[in-house]
Structures are given as structure tokens and as C-alpha cells.
Ligand binder design. Structure first.
Ligand code: GRF
Length: 218
């Protein structure tokens, strides 16, 4: 079986790689992981779900699935570095090997990214590099594009600019609102995020420049 320089190779035989999922809201992408794991499409475990928002809907999803959940409000920390360090400690204590941001509305700095090199993924509701940042669906409609979609990418300290793992397009319809487009994109998000995590965990890949190349480690 192939694996990647994520530490998966160091997982004991018979056990699965562990994810940490960071959320701020409703958690439908978290639910997508839970479903994919249940269906055997994603060979991983979720060690912990961390929310920076105490009433995030995704916390109930974690509880319902029997996954440990933590509320870690960023405001409890004096600086971004201090918050990043607290997150890193919580994830490391639980043996997390791949961190998946799923609607986590917080920028991660060099302390976090440095602690998990090439091991933090995010899902974004546009075809990056178009429309980074918040309100991506509104940006797409306002710009008049006919096609948008979803992107899974590695997280770097530059917002929504890390190497792209996977993308899938959806049409933008003439009568779309940000809400109708978001719903169409979300369906695709749930498909490609779990698929991308499975590939990153279990296929050989490497990064060259900004490109994620599957099929070999170098
Ligand atoms: C998704 O649209 C995701 O692309 C963006 O935030 C939203 C989170 O949705 N980063 P959910 O909390 O996973 O339902």
C-alpha cells in the first residue's frame, strides 16, 4: 500500500490515519467526512473536531458521531501565534496527521502551518485562484462568470493560495443568487473533499512549485 510523507507510514499496522477537523459553523463538510468514512470511501478516523465558535452547528454532528469535540475560542488568546500554538498542541496530543479545515473562519499563521507542513487542507467554494476570501459565490455572480465550483487546496499562510489538490466545476445560472449557487457548489464540495482527503492519505504525491502531482513521491 502506498502512503505519503504525512506520517501515515508511521501509523501502526491495522490502524487508520487520524484527521483533525476545524470548523466554525454548520459542519456539512464534516458530515460529508463522517458519511464517507461510514461508507468506506474514506479510510481515516476523525480524532477531534475543534470549533472556534461555541454554538457551531457542526459540534452536534461531532457529538452525534461519537467524535471528541473541543470549543477553542480564538478570543481567549492574546495573539494569532498563541492561538495557533494551542490548536497545534490539541491536535498533536490526539495524534492528528492531517488537518482539514471545513468552514473554519480563521486565518492560520506560520506557527500552525509550520507545525503541519503540507498536512493542512481546506475547501473553498470557488474555482481558485478566482474569488478567494469570503463571499466567493457572490463574487462569482457579481463578476458574471458562467462556471464556478469548488477547490480543495493545501493551506499556506497566504489566504486561499496553497497548492490545489482537486477542483470541480458547476454552472452558474442566469437566475442564480449567492444562496442557490452556494447550494449547488456545496453538493460538489461534499463529493470532492472526502475524495481528495482519501487520495492525499493513500496515494503517492508530491508538490512541485504550486502543483500537486499524484503518482509518485518525487
Ligand atoms: C463551505 O462552503 C466551505 O467551502 C467554506 O465554508 C463553508 C462551510 O460549510 N469554506 P460547512 O460548515 O461545511 O457546511
Amino acid at each position: 500500500m502506498s502512503s505519503v510523507p504525512l506520517g501515515v507510514e508511521s501509523v501502526e499496522k491495522g490502524s487508520v490515519p487520524l484527521l483533525g477537523v476545524l470548523i466554525s459553523g454548520r459542519g456539512s463538510n464534516l458530515q460529508g467526512f463522517v458519511t464517507a468514512i461510514d461508507e468506506g470511501k474514506l479510510r481515516a478516523g476523525i480524532a477531534v473536531v475543534i470549533s472556534n465558535v461555541s454554538d457551531a452547528g457542526g459540534l452536534a454532528i461531532a457529538r452525534g458521531a461519537g467524535i471528541e469535540s473541543l470549543v477553542m475560542p480564538h478570543r481567549a488568546h492574546d495573539s494569532r501565534d498563541a492561538y495557533d500554538r494551542a490548536l497545534v498542541d490539541a491536535l498533536r496530543e490526539r495524534g492528528v496527521q492531517l488537518v482539514c479545515l471545513a468552514g473554519f473562519m480563521r486565518l492560520l499563521g506560520p506557527v500552525f502551518c509550520g507545525a503541519f507542513p503540507s498536512a493542512v487542507l481546506n475547501i473553498h467554494p470557488s474555482l481558485l485562484p478566482s474569488f478567494p476570501g469570503t463571499d466567493a459565490q457572490r463574487q462569482a455572480i457579481d463578476r458574471g462568470v458562467k462556471v464556478s465550483g469548488a477547490t480543495v487546496h493545501f493551506v499556506t499562510t497566504e489566504l486561499d493560495a496553497g497548492p490545489i489538490v482537486s477542483q470541480r466545476a458547476v454552472p452558474v445560472l442566469d437566475d442564480d443568487t449567492p444562496e442557490t449557487l452556494a447550494a449547488r457548489v456545496l453538493t460538489v464540495e461534499h463529493e470532492i473533499y472526502a475524495e481528495a482527503v482519501e487520495r492525499i492519505l493513500w496515494e503517492p504525491w508530491h508538490i512541485t512549485g504550486r502543483r500537486v502531482v499524484f503518482g509518485s513521491r518525487a
